[in-house]
Ligand binder design. Structure first.
Ligand code: SF4
Length: 368
């Protein structure tokens, strides 16, 4: 496994520039002027890289394109997941057809989650939150991997031209890897490519917005698309890459580290307690901070504002300047953020209540 790129791992890649060079990911910055109303995550470089995103951009003015993403129902939905949903909402407004896969086969193969439990987690944690955040699920193609004969059938067909050496070179599998984990990448490739099957609209640009740790899946999907371009007419999937959301102590935000992640269904008091413990870029004493200023580039409170809680660029810039000039110290800054976060959580809770019956109907239809 190349260092720092493990789709099932817990590391936050330190050196994004090195990863881009090593894996041929291009800077998104070069396309920024031609992206219509780029979202804050693109403007701020949180989404920093891409492969073939031009192809999708050409269609944004009115052509057809697909957006593919997956959620693995193995834990609770946290702010790292919200970052992907924010991108889907933007693409939906820009005319993209969203394919949202509930990766219950992945949850089973990688985490041992039975399908019925995966269904419950997908509903309670992910689908209700997606709709409450603003994604219109009725306008998406939502499906469960374990119930999609098209995806499973496609995976099996494509697997005949992918050999063990190839997946081992990409994923680093060893002799200990069990067969369901070994086969799972083919399901993932089929998820990414199936929007281009005739029954789903035929070959067309498809973008997969991912954290950079998911790039192995994209590389395999692009290789496979090239091998089957004549047979199925596949275009290589495009992708964008975002920085991984760090948890409150600087690791990769993950459901398996509940004390350091911020979950969307946690009550405001829990967020408040966790935020008081978060790592900052502050100085050892308030006096020193007033004199020297803080270091927002090292600060997780600043990162939360950058990713989620300061939608206006001017607002974020002001915070950065106040911090660097020592005009605000960390306690005051955290209080401001906690106030904002409480408002967000109250609204989200209210929205969850409103959208729940509709999402339940959708679930019964797609997974009776
Ligand atoms: S003042 Fe705010 S932004 Fe600056 S280091 Fe402290 S918590 Fe971070």
């Amino acid at each position: 496994m190349p260092e720092g790129l493990d789709p099932w791992g817990m590391e936050v890649p330190e050196d994004y520039a090195r990863l881009m060079q090593e894996f041929g990911i291009r800077p998104l910055e070069e396309l920024l002027p031609s992206i219509p109303d780029p979202p804050h995550l693109m403007r701020r470089g949180v989404i920093f890289g891409h492969r073939d995103f031009e192809r999708v951009l050409e269609r944004m003015g009115g052509g057809r394109y697909a957006v593919m993403t997956g959620l693995m129902p193995s834990g609770r939905m946290h702010l790292g997941h919200k970052m992907v949903v924010d991108q889907l909402i933007w693409y939906q407004r820009k005319g993209g057809e969203i394919f949202l896969c509930v990766a219950d086969m992945e949850a089973f193969s990688a985490r041992g989650i039975p399908y019925d439990l995966g269904r419950k987690i997908a509903f309670e944690e992910y689908l209700v939150n997606c709709e409450a955040l603003g994604l219109e699920l009725e306008r998406c193609r939502v499906y469960f991997q374990s119930r999609s004969q098209q995806v499973q059938g496609l995976a099996y067909s494509l697997a005949r031209r992918v050999n063990f050496s190839e997946v081992r070179a990409i994923y680093g599998f060893s002799g200990e890897t069990h067969l369901s984990h070994l086969y799972y990448p083919m399901i993932d490739v089929a998820d990414i490519l199936h929007p281009q099957l005739e029954e789903f609209g035929g070959p067309r640009p498809t973008v997969v917005p991912v954290g950079v740790d998911q790039d192995p899946h994209l590389r395999l999907a692009r290789d496979v698309a090239a091998k089957f371009s004549e047979e199925y007419g596949f275009l290589p999937p495009s992708s964008t890459y975002h920085r991984l959301m760090r948890d409150l102590f600087g690791g990769k935000m993950s459901s398996s580290r509940p004390d350091s992640a911020l979950f969307l269904t946690d009550p405001p008091e829990v967020w408040e307690r966790k935020l008081w413990d978060a790592l900052t870029g502050g100085r050892p004493t308030a006096r020193e901070q007033r004199e020297k200023g803080g270091e927002p580039s090292k600060c997780l409170v600043y990162e939360l504002c950058m990713y989620h809680f300061a939608p206006e660029d001017r607002e974020l810039l002001e915070l950065k300047e106040r911090c660097e000039r020592g005009e605000i110290i960390c306690g005051e800054c955290k209080e401001e953020l906690i106030g904002r976060v409480k408002g967000f959580l109250r609204e989200l809770e209210e929205r969850r209540r409103e959208v729940r019956p509709g999402v339940e109907r959708l679930l019964r239809r797609i997974s009776p």
